[in-house]
Every structure is written in C-alpha cells, then in structure tokens.
Design a protein around this ligand. Structure first.
Ligand SMILES: C[S@@+](CC[C@H](N)C(=O)[O-])C[C@H]1O[C@@H](n2cnc3c(N)ncnc32)[C@H](O)[C@@H]1O
Length: 382
C-alpha cells in the first residue's frame, strides 16, 4: 500500500477490520484524522499522543457520537497496527479542523511527555514572580526532576531569567528564606515592579513577597494628606515607598533591623524619587521609637506577623497623644482567625493604658500553611 495514499480504515472490532484504500483528491486544508466513537476518545487521544501523531495545532472536534482527532501525518502501517490492537472501532481519513487558539505554553504542555502522570499532578501550581525571578516549591516526589521543571519554567515564561526553589521556610529575625537556583542565571537579585514603583531586592538577603501586593495598595489608599506614618518592619520598602509615591505631604519613617533590607530600601527610595518623604532607619523598632519617634505618628504599620504582638506597646508609644491608626498583622491557626486576632490585639492595647476606639476592618490576607492564615486588623486607637 503506498504511504502517500489517503487511507480509510473502518472497523467494528479488530477482527472485522476492513481496509479501503482510496486515492481521492483532498483539499490542502484537510488534515489527517482519527475518528472514534466518543466512548473511546480518551484512549484514542492517549494513543495518538504516544505515537507522536497528535496534532496540537488543531482542535479535537466532536460531532454527534464521534470524536475527530487531528493527526500530524498519515499514520504508518505500524501506527495502524497499534490502532487495530487498541481501539474497538475507528476510521482514519482526513477532516477539516479549526485551528486551536494559540495560548501561552504551559508547564504541563512541556512536561507531559517527560513525566509520568502521577508526577504531573504534583507539579507546582503556585509560582511567585518577583521581577525576572520565578519562585516555586518543589514537592519531595519531584526532587529528582527539579532541574527539568526549572528549564520548563524558563521555556514557558520568556521574561523569567532565574528559577528558584524554596529550600526552607521563611525564618530568623530578618524573615528571609533559603533558595536553590534550579535553572537559569545563578542569581537572587532582581528588580520588581508593583503599583508603578520599582523595587530592587536580593531575595536571599531581604524579605519581599509579591503576595502582599494588595495589602500594600489597600493600606496606601487609607493614608490621608499630611500624615506621619511609621512603617515599623519596612523590609525593602513596599508600604513606605508606595505611600510616599501616592500621597501628598506625608512623612514616613521606615525602620528595619536587617542592614541588607535598609541598603535596598535606601536604593528604592532614590529609584522612586521619594527621598524627601521617606526616612530609612536601621535598627530595632522598639529602640528606634523609644529613642527618636515617641508620640509622632498618625499611623503605624506592623507587618511582622510572627511577633508583632510583642511590639504593640511600643507602637502605642509612637502614636500621637490623641491616638491614631494601627495596621496590625499576625499569623494564626485558630479556628476563628479574625476574632482571635482582634481579641489578642485588643488585650495587648489594654495593657498599654490606651484603648481600642474602633476596629476599622479585619481580613484574612492569605493562607500561609494548611489551617494557618496571615490576618490583618486595622484599628483606631485612642
Ligand atoms: C515580614 S517582613 C515585612 C517587610 C515589608 N513590610 C514587606 O511588606 O515586604 C518583616 C521585616 O521586619 C524586620 N524586623 C524583624 N524584627 C525587627 C525589629 N525588631 N525591628 C525592626 N525590624 C524588624 C525584618 O528584617 C523584615 O524585613
């Protein structure tokens, strides 16, 4: 049988296979096709994929009770034998297909033929993009494939130059995490854009999370003209710099105990042209407030969810005598996270001799682990 002939195979069952060869003229737009009853669709698609025959440029079509599967070429004898052995009923012919909308290549598209199905389901779903760096968590069962996954991420994200795998939890006083470079340029420094600001950061040396982007803008939207703000745990400056950029006539004291965070904060203050509004201060927030910033603030940001509670007293000391607003963050695994955070904060405020005038809002910022959340309480303190 000549290989260039269009071939039509009809079969009810493999034993009754009929082969009809025909040499009809077919239009160029027609594509080789495998037609199967719908019930055999999944098996036929898997088989076409296995034989490297599945044509991904076109959409698989369903007409009445049949699926039309586009093929990359007319099947060879060896392919037909596989069809015969595996499918109860099928036809090979040509068909006009519509083109698949071109979507960005996904990780699974690149890896589906390289990884077993039980490994494909474990592929990381959550990827953080900070500038041109992608950060993933590689589950233990994919540890041996992490470089392959990293390369696939580079292939599917043209703007990514480095892929980092988390190799530990966020920890220590500076709240940094260890990373392993699994693909691309061996580098943890990048420049990230958020809400029209730019942030230079070295992810191995200072904390930064793109997952807090909404919080940065939510708090900024509340700041009023003329306010003095203390960002007690400022990191590389995502709250301070955005507030300075968006609000008029504000004064912001941005404190952090991590020298690298302050080095990047100073660089970011310059890069965003907010030198006149933001004062970066290196040191422990308690000590800095007690020495220099007692009674000055209209608003305090306490984004140190692990132990902000221990600094509520000094936050109250930093507020003006008339009071002001505190944005208090904490991690909780309590069954009722918002109520728990509000009560803990209220208790801590009472210990200082001040009082809670009003809870303006409490919300869950994000889940940080199973049954653990980061929550925020915005409160007016008298
Ligand atoms: C969770 S990060 C938040 C950074 C920043 N607010 C953000 O949204 O990206 C907490 C920061 O607090 C700093 N920090 C921890 N203890 C501190 C302290 N006692 N005084 C000042 N900064 C502190 C850490 O170095 C870290 O940069």
């Amino acid at each position: 049988m000549p290989q260039d002939a269009s071939i039509l195979y009809l079969s009810e069952a493999p034993s009754k296979l009929e082969c009809i060869e025909y040499f009809g003229v077919h239009r160029l737009s027609e594509t080789p096709c495998l037609k199967v009853p719908k019930a055999q669709g999944e098996k036929a698609i898997a088989l076409a994929r296995k034989l490297n025959l599945l044509n991904r440029d076109f959409k698989i079509q369903r007409l009445e009770d049949h699926l039309y599967i586009p093929l990359t070429q007319k099947p060879f004898r060896v392919d037909l034998k596989e069809f015969k052995n595996n499918l109860l009923e099928y036809e090979v012919s040509t068909h006009e297909f519509s083109e698949r909308a071109r979507h960005a290549l996904r990780l699974i598209d690149v890896l589906e033929e390289k990884l077993a199905p039980h490994l494909l389901v474990s592929l990381p779903h959550a990827v953080d993009f900070v500038g041109d760096v992608a950060i993933v968590e590689i589950p233990p069962e994919l540890e041996n494939y992490k470089r392959m996954i990293g390369e696939a991420m580079l292939a599917t994200n043209k703007r990514v130059s480095t892929v980092l795998a988390k190799s530990g939890a966020v920890g220590g006083v500076y709240r940094v995490r260890k990373f392993e470079v699994i693909a691309g340029v061996d580098n943890t420094k990048t420049v990230h854009k958020e809400h029209g600001c730019i942030f230079h950061v070295d992810l191995a040396k200072a904390y930064f999370s793109p997952r807090l982007s909404y919080e940065h803008s939510r708090i900024t939207a509340q700041v009023k003209q003329g306010e003095t703000v203390i960002d007690m745990f400022a990191g590389v400056g995502p709250f301070s710099i955005l507030i300075a950029k968006k609000c008029t006539n504000v004064k912001i004291y941005a404190i952090d105990v991590n020298p690298d965070a302050i080095r990047y904060l100073k660089r970011n203050v310059k890069a965003n042209n907010v030198v006149a509004k933001v004062t970066p201060i290196l040191g422990d927030a308690r000590q800095i407030i007690q020495e220099k910033l007692s009674g000055v603030a209209d608003r305090i940001i306490m984004n140190l969810p692990e132990n902000a509670i221990e600094y509520v007293d000094v936050a109250c000391e930093a507020l003006q005598t008339k009071g002001g607003i505190i944005h208090y963050y904490e991690f909780t695994n309590a069954p009722n996270p918002l109520e728990t955070a509000k009560n803990r904060f209220d208790e801590a405020i009472k210990q200082t001799g001040r009082s809670l005038e009003k809870i303006l809002m409490a919300r869950t910022v994000r889940a940080t682990a199973p049954y653990t959340w980061q929550v925020v309480v915005d409160a007016r303190v008298r």
